[in-house]
Design a protein around this ligand. Structure first.
Ligand code: MG
Length: 265
């Protein structure tokens, strides 16, 4: 074989192998362990944790949906179907309290992959039982309802107790605090991944922590779930909410830069 042809053949093989190493569209670039060219994670002021007396400060990159003062900027009335009217829930002393028959409220903003933080308290004075005791809920579109209920020494069907994915999955444990005490939900939602043909190639997933305790771990939801508004249910009980915020989630290796070199003395 002439030398030129051999060289051309080698070049073709080399080009092919280089092409094979190129990451496919939407596939994250692969880095070797310890690679210092890898983008740094963004710096985020994490805020402060909440206590039973006071809500904490949200992380710096959170979208605050309720800061204890005003619902009207970020919420409208409506559950599954939102309308354009302002919420009629009572806002005082740093929380919003459901006014029964005031209707559900829904965030005006819609979210995809996200981390949701919600704090809630059921009435200190216990009235009713079972599903009639401190019932409300956090709706996340096609993911359904993360149940809010006074489940402290209050029995009901397991997939309807506090922190249940209502009607589907009971929580892994019952991490409820006493009636009247502030409780937290931290919810991590990932929408399903859909390919170009519209086929779901990775199901939607939901992870939930109740008062910092894991109660659902990457529960898979079949079917297509799109971006959603966050709704809080009016089930006729005066449940309170405070400190509601959302962080949009991105993949690894996005957006960060190395910190500046330390100044020489
Ligand atoms: Mg409910």
């Amino acid at each position: 074989m002439p030398r030129l042809a051999v060289a051309a053949g080698l070049a073709a093989v080399l080009a092919l192998s280089l092409t094979a190493q190129e990451p496919k569209k939407d596939e994250p670039k692969k880095y070797k362990s310890g690679d210092r060219t890898r983008p740094r994670p963004r710096v985020v002021d994490p805020g402060t944790a909440s206590t039973s007396d006071a809500p904490g400060r949200p992380p710096a990159d959170a979208i605050v949906l309720f800061d204890g003062k005003d619902l009207s900027a970020e919420w409208v009335r409506g559950g599954k179907k939102a309308d354009d009217t302002k919420p009629t829930w009572k806002v005082e002393n740093g929380y919003a309290e459901i006014v029964p028959k005031g209707g559900a409220i829904q965030s005006i903003k819609k979210f995809g992959d996200c981390q949701v933080h919600v704090e809630w308290a059921t009435p200190k004075e216990v009235k009713g039982s079972d599903q009639g005791r401190g019932n409300s809920g956090v709706y996340l579109g096609g993911f359904g309802e993360v149940q809010v209920l006074d489940s402290f020494e209050n029995d009901t069907y397991p997939d309807g107790q506090a922190a249940a994915l209502y009607g589907k999955f009971p929580p892994l444990v019952n991490a409820s605090r006493k009636p009247g005490e502030w409780q937290t939900y931290d919810i991590i939602a990932h929408l399903p991944k859909v390919d170009e043909a519209g086929k779901v190639v990775r199901p939607g997933r939901l992870t939930v922590l109740h008062n910092g305790v894991l109660v659902h771990h990457a529960v898979e939801f079949p079917g297509k779930i799109g971006e959603f508004g966050i709704s809080l249910q009016d089930h006729g009980n005066p449940v309170r909410y405070r400190n509601i915020w959302v962080r949009k989630l991105a993949d690894y290796d996005v957006g960060g830069t190395p910190p500046p070199e330390p100044k020489k003395k």
